[in-house]
Ligand binder design. Sequence first.
Ligand code: PEP
Length: 251
Amino acid sequence: MRKNIVAGNWKMNTTLQEGVALAEEVNAALAGAQPKCDVVICVPFTHLASVNAVIDQNRLGLGAENCADHEKGAYTGEVSAPMVASTGAKYVILGHSERRQYYGETSEILTEKVKLALANGLTPIFCIGEVLEERENGTYNEVVKKQIEDALFGFSAEEFGKLVLAYEPVWAIGTGKTATAEQAEDMHAHIRNVIAGKYGQEVADNTSILYGGSCKPSNAAELFAKPDVDGGLIGGAALKCDDFMGIVNAF
Ligand code: PEP
């Protein structure tokens, strides 16, 4: 069956020293807790190897926030999936709305990234979600369906089964505006139906679908109580150990 997961997305925050200290703090907090979910932190590339050295990945998984759409070669400044995997990381966030919006990542590019992540043993946490205008004009279900179809439906059922999805309504990211638990549940159930339509109910039932967008200790329990919400992708609240643990403990 699918797993419950709480994953932090640190984005472009923390120096190496601050990041290592935060990772150590979260790792220590988890040692004394009995979380009812898997816990992951996705950190800047520069931090991966150092964070890997100070955490126990049996209790705190490690991921990157992106990887390149090429395996190696003359792509100055890029970081490949094999490089990410070589740090000890096990996860990679792909398709985050900030990557789509600010760095022009298209579905075609994202398909390549997912392929390379899977080929290198990384679990992609693949983000999808509509912008405010699409929420307001009522096209959000089609928009999210198309994001999944365009980037992911070329994969086999076996490959698809290795993905984690994260529904992140763009209007809720970093805005303090959370989707209601009902809005999240409606979309997560829709996503599961879309998956079932292509790969069958078993694959759909086994896919973890996380909610992301201003998730915090005060609203996590209500969101996670919904049957199709399997955890959260956490931005701002992942940068403080107490807030992050408050969300982990909401399960
Ligand atoms: C995110 O960007 O993945 C996210 C969910 O951010 P925040 O929690 O800050 O809205």
